[in-house]
Structure formats: C-alpha cells, structure tokens
Design a protein around this ligand. Structure first.
Ligand code: FE
Length: 453
C-alpha cells in the first residue's frame, strides 16, 4: 500500500492544521471580554500619557478598573510614608472625601506593608479585614483583590483594590494580572504628576530666589516688580490669556528688572538728575535682564521669558531699548509689561517726587498710545475695575480698601472714572463721591495727615 502523501487528506476526520489552536477553544464571550479589557487598558494608557490632572486621571482609572474587572467597587490608596498612612481621594461609593488610615490597617494595609498581592474570596473569613468600614457604610464586602502600586524605582507608592466580583464569583489569576497592569499605569500617572508638580515648584522657587536677591539690594524695585506683575496679569486676563500664558507672563514680569543687579549703586540710587552717561547706564538694566535670563535653561514653553522680560522698555515706534524692536517685533508680553511698568512708575510715590494726579495718569496712557505703547492694550487696561487697580496699588497698605468703598469701586472701570475726572462742568453727587473716595485711597500714603477736601 502506497504511503499517503504528506498534507494529503487522511480520511473522514480531518487532522487539525496546527495542533495548538484547538486545545484552547476561545468562545465568542471570552473574545469579547478580552477585547473590552484591551480597550480599557488602551483608554487608561492614553489618559495617563495625555493628562496631568491627577485627580481626574485617578478617577478615570478607578472607574475603568471597576468596569473591566467586573467588580462592584474599586479604590486606589496612596502611601504617605511620612505619616505611615494610606490615603485616598478616589473611592467609589464614598465620593469627594479624603480618607486616611494607618497603613497597617485592613487588607489594603496588608498589601501596602508586605507588597504582596491579596486575592480573597470572602473578606469576613480573613482576620486582617477591617469590618469597621462596612459597618459605617452599610456595605457588604465579599471578594477582594488588592495589588501594590510600585514606581519606576521599585518603591511602593500605593495599593489598588477591587471589591465584590460580579455574580458572587472569585477574582481569577487573570484578574490579578490585569489589575497589576492597571496599577502599573496608575503608578506612572502618580509619578508623572508628582514630577510635574515638583518641576513647577522648583521653577517658582527659582523665580522667587532671583527676585529676592534683587529686592534685597533695592527695596524700591521690590514693590515695583510685584505691582507691575499684578497690573500686567490683570491686563492679560482682560486680553483673554490662558492659565498657562498667565503663569509665563507672571514669571517674566517678576523678573523684568532683574538686570538692575548689573547697575552700579552710585547710579541706581543717585539723588537728583542723571547725566546722559548715567542715564545710559540705568537703561542698560534691560540688556542685563536679557543677558542674565538667557543664561537660564527654560523649558520650551518658557523659552520666550528672557525676551518678554527684557522688552518692557521697547516702543512701538522702534525708539525703545534694549533691542530697538518695533510694533509686532516686540513680544506681546513685552508690550503688556510696558503698560504695567509705566502705570506703576507714574502712580507710585518716590522720595524725590509725588505721584502723578490720577487724571493726568490716564491722559499719559492715552498720549503714550501714539507710538509708544499698544493702544488696544491701553483700552483693555482701562476696562479694569477701579477696585482691581486700587487693590494692587494698596497691597502693601496695612488697612486695605474694603466695605462700601470697595463695592463702589467694583462697579466702575478706569474708563468710567476718567470721564468725571476730566469733566469741567459740575459733577453729580455720585460722581463727586466716587472721585473723593478714589482720591482718598490714591493719595493716602503720601502723608499720614492727608485729608481729602
Ligand atoms: Fe525697567
């Protein structure tokens, strides 16, 4: 009898083409389940990569976990190693509440301390389970699966826990693997967010260090920098800047005069008139600001800060310094700063001169819009409420503006104040009152005994 050819059909029951595939038959239900799990992992990974809002992210991870684990509830606890506590802001069923408990308490605590996975069919059979929580919430915990969360360095940072597998079933070893993956993603999210937070903090402390150094040398500039920053941020808000843009402008504004560090004290603190040479030396501060800040390694989004800060003395007509830029060549933030800078310069008191009468202040801004500062920004600036501006002016005052006066100022913009200020004909009682109250605050730090007439 001739031997059958290889691969030829061998009779009524066909041999499997590839043996392995048949031994584990996958039902459509299982395939669907696998797909759902895969998709959930993708959703979670994407969220982890795409957002830095930790609270929102963890809420999403917890919700997805409950769904794909076919559990009733999930919680995520972070370890606070300083206090040896577990804490959570996300726990389904107990919303919007921060929970804290000693890290050796309950099943989550057992995982936090040992780093082992716990898969328990009935929590009430396990003596480590803390029944207090159920008693308080009226919940009945049955099956529990809890896994540790580790960071990249292998340090334990939290615990993820799912409760009550649906249909009174137990969590499987497959569930364990899935929860470990989800916990891994959550750990990355926590680490990213903490890193980002820390970066932000070190940036802020860096700006503070620089400005403190500058303030220590020149207290006049100190108050000035803070007020210029606040005026500029107020204007930028009026212009619709985003949170991120405001943060960058804020930093640039705080450091705009940092270059005064490079101006010799004999010139910087000279009483009386400066000669041309001295004036040039004073002006060099803007160039110094640029040079100093350019030495700093800002990340991409903050890379414009040196130029923004340095361009606060540029003019639209190109006659400014240090770069002599014109119009749109001047970074927008620089044009915003220019307005905050001028406004503070003319509204503040110096030992050698009084502050300018306020009606002149607003006129100066109008005049400077012809060639010097951005007219559109001046208009936006005048849309600020009087209260906003007075609060910035008065920020160092021990008796801040409040009560009726503040309320009065809240409903009036600078533009609306300008009209009665410039008016020749007699004012209404209301206008008269407004101007009297405004001038009281505007001038009150000139001398203690100043009384409005
Ligand atoms: Fe300056």
């Amino acid at each position: 009898m001739p031997e059958p050819e290889k691969n030829a059909p061998t009779g009524p029951d066909p041999a499997p083409a590839r043996g392995e595939e048949v031994s584990e038959e996958v039902t459509p239900e299982e395939q669907l389940r696998e797909l759902i799990r895969l998709r959930a992992m993708c959703d979670v990974s994407r969220a982890v990569a795409g957002t830095l809002d930790l609270d929102r992210l963890l809420n999403l991870v917890v919700a997805k976990t409950t769904e794909v684990m076919e559990a009733d509830r999930s919680s995520l606890f972070l370890i606070d190693w300083d206090t040896e506590e577990l804490w959570s802001k996300v726990a389904q069923g107990v919303r919007y509440m921060e929970i804290r408990f000693p890290m050796d308490l309950g099943l989550a605590g057992a995982v936090a301390t040992s780093g082992e996975v716990l898969n328990i069919p009935d929590a009430y059979e396990d003596e480590r389970f803390n029944r207090e929580v159920d008693k308080r919430t009226g919940y009945r915990t049955r099956s529990v699966l809890a896994v540790p969360m580790n960071d990249k360095a292998g340090e334990r940072i939290g615990v993820m826990q799912v409760l009550n597998k649906r249909g009174d079933e137990e969590f499987t070893s497959e569930d364990e693997e899935l929860l470990k993956s989800l916990a891994g993603q959550a750990a990355i999210a926590v680490e990213n967010a903490q890193l980002y937070e820390e970066q932000k903090k070190s940036f802020i402390s860096f700006v503070e260090t620089l400005t403190t150094a500058m303030d220590a040398r020149d207290p006049i500039t100190a108050g000035h920098s803070k007020r210029v920053t606040d005026y500029s941020v107020a204007l930028a808000e009026e212009l619709g800047y985003s949170e991120k843009q405001l943060e960058i402008l804020n930093a640039a504004a705080l450091m705009h005069d940092i270059g005064k560090i490079g101006v010799p004290e004999v010139v910087l603190f000279k009483d009386g008139k400066l000669d041309d040479e001295e004036y040039k030396i004073i002006q060099s501060h803007a160039r110094h600001t640029l040079n100093i800040l350019e030495k700093i390694n800002f990340d991409r989004e903050k890379r414009e800060i040196p130029k923004m800060a340095a361009c606060h003395h540029e003019r639209l007509d190109g006659e400014g310094y240090p770069l002599g830029l014109a119009g749109d060549e001047i970074p927008e933030a620089g044009r915003v700063l220019a307005i905050g800078d001028i406004f503070d310069a003319i509204t503040s008191q110096r030992h050698y001169r009084d502050r300018m009468e306020f009606e002149r202040v607003l006129r100066v801004l109008d005049e400077e819009s012809k060639g010097h500062i951005e007219p559109e920004f001046v208009r936006a600036f005048k849309n600020l409420t009087v209260s906003r501006v007075v609060l910035i002016m008065e920020q160092d005052n021990v008796e801040p503006v409040e009560g009726e006066d503040l309320e009065l100022f809240e409903n009036i913009t600078l533009l609306e104040l300008q009209e009665p200020l410039e008016q020749e004909e007699p004012l209404t009682d209301e206008e008269d009152h407004l101007i009297e109250r405004f001038n009281y605050y505007y001038h009150r730090s000139i001398s203690d005994g100043w009384v409005p007439d």
